[in-house]
Design a protein around this ligand. Structure first.
Ligand code: 6LW
Length: 489
């Protein structure tokens, strides 16, 4: 029996789910990364496989270079209606706003955006009532009827039930017709330790809504549950008639106050209903084993694996597998990871302990392997062909913390993320990040070991989590292969 586990580990917050027959589909927020909105498929709600990224063309997603980390794509809602998949989401970047996309296959392609210029607010939801009216409900909570094909509103915006008295941040609304009632599910309390999910119901999609007598229906606030910040959920009925909820949660580690480094992850729990029709959320349902997640890329294919995400954009000029067959070529733009214009491509850290390695040829440039939270919080090991160095950026402080002569030819750069032995834990951060270079005999030669707390959300702020990947800081670098492997805890 494993400990409580997410169903989609790593930075995958704000899950939205829908079912078509025996198939489930799930989407998450993606913020400053491109492509945006990973799409997952499952047959049992416990095991999910990524099948696409909904926003994988610049016509669908443009993220300006001056947009700070944790801007961009927030909180999508995925629905299946009238033979099509519908995805509505907020682009929080300048010139963004609410946008709607459709697809016949959730793996893609997804349409170009239909913009909703008259619907302000984040966390948009879509629901259709019996006479075909489409209701768009946003954080706050407010609602307006829309024509989803044109993006125009077809009525006045109205305030709806907005959660318990005094609770901050009523958001993430989802509206469902279940039996004789319309239910309005929301998150409240903010996405930190006070996070919760509450529900109300009414006779129609516009209310009036009566709150559930046992709200909040889900919260871990004030408990010592290993999963905290639980909230922002979406209900789904399984083919067998049972009900489930997907929601976000975090796994804080280390001493007080606890630091989470993988971002907000997606969890699953069963839902039962009381006799008078209110939902009761059960204990978290975990997969029987930790998601393996081992990954190796030799960059032999023209298209990159779906799990790679780039900061803000990915152009063939700066990131390609076609220039040197069997390698990933990165051509620098921004001069370092501190630069919002950096050429960086990575994958979400999905395990509390793990190792990533890459064979980097820096004969024509400078580049390396990084653990990135945002522009101000990252650790990296890089090479310029003659020297290997470890760089730490925490807040406004940037330092080269170790250097060593580079081996002749390409170097295997490595990052190991581990936990300190138990006696040290009460006063430590969540983990330690060791950065170094692999010797010809395969042994890891460490240049520096840094406290992981500085690459946590509690330190850096924001909505994302760690991403481990490759970057170019000058000229051109070629990466022959990249591996990611979970380590035994
Ligand atoms: C999202 C809001 C939230 O829009 O965090 O936890 C925001 N919930 O609903 C960003 O993910």
């Amino acid at each position: 029996m494993v400990s409580v586990q997410p169903v989609v580990p790593g930075f995958h917050p704000d899950p939205s789910v829908c079912r078509v027959g025996d198939d489930y589909y799930l989407v998450c927020s993606s913020f400053e990364y491109f492509p945006g909105i990973p799409v997952f498929h499952s047959r049992d709600l416990l095991h999910w496989t990524q099948i696409g990224n909904a926003l994988d063309r610049p016509e669908q997603l443009r993220l300006p270079v001056d947009m700070p980390s944790s801007g961009g794509i927030y909180a999508p809602t995925l629905r299946h209606h009238d033979g099509r998949f519908w995805l509505i989401v907020t682009n929080c970047a300048e010139g963004g706003g609410n946008m709607l996309f459709t697809a016949t296959d959730p793996a893609g392609p997804w349409s170009d955006p239909v913009r909703l210029p008259d619907v302000p607010g984040i966390d948009p939801d879509l629901a259709w009532d019996e006479d075909g009216t489409c209701w768009c409900t946003v954080a706050g909570v407010s609602q307006v009827a829309i024509d989803p094909r044109s993006g125009r509103t077809t009525g006045e915006r109205r305030a709806l039930w907005s959660g318990g008295p005094g609770a901050k941040a009523p958001e993430a609304p989802h509206l469902y017709r279940i039996g004789d009632h319309w239910y309005l599910l929301i998150a409240e309390g903010g996405t930190e330790r006070g996070h919760a999910i509450s529900i109300a119901r009414g006779p129609g999609p516009t209310g009036p809504f009566e709150p559930c007598p046992h709200n909040p229906v889900l919260t871990h606030r004030g408990t010592d549950h290993p999963v905290q910040n639980t909230g922002h959920g979406d209900l789904v009925q399984a083919a067998d008639g049972s009900w489930w909820i997907v929601f976000l949660g975090v796994r804080p580690q280390g001493g007080t106050p606890g630091w989470h480094v993988l971002g907000r992850e997606t969890f699953l729990a069963p839902v039962t209903w009381t006799e008078d029709g209110w939902p009761v959320v059960g204990e978290i349902a975990s997969p029987a084993e930790v998601v393996d997640g081992s990954f190796r890329d030799d960059f032999d294919l023209p298209a990159l694996h779906l799990s790679w995400i780039s900061v803000r954009d990915r152009s063939a000029e700066h990131c390609t597998t076609k220039e040197r067959p069997g390698s990933l070529t990165l051509r620098a733009r921004g001069a370092s990871l501190d630069d919002p214009d950096v050429v960086f491509i990575g994958r979400r850290q999905q395990h509390l302990t793990c190792e990533a390695r890459a064979l980097v040829d820096a004969a024509d440039g400078v580049g390396g392997l990084a653990v990135r939270l945002d522009e101000q919080h990252h650790y990296s090991v890089e090479t310029d062909g003659t020297q290997i160095r470890v760089i730490s950026r925490v807040g406004s402080v940037r330092a080269v913390v170790a250097t060593r002569p580079a081996p002749t030819g390409p170097a295997v750069l490595a990052v190991r993320i581990t936990r300190l032995p138990l006696p040290h834990r009460p006063r430590t951060g969540p983990d330690v990040v060791s950065l170094g270079v692999e010797q010809p005999d395969g042994t890891f030669s460490e240049l520096a070991t840094l406290d992981g707390r500085y690459l946590s959300t509690e330190v850096a702020g924001g909505f994302t989590g760690r991403v481990i990947g490759l970057y170019a800081a000058e000229g051109t670098v070629h990466v022959d292969w990249f591996t990611y492997e979970p380590l035994a805890a």
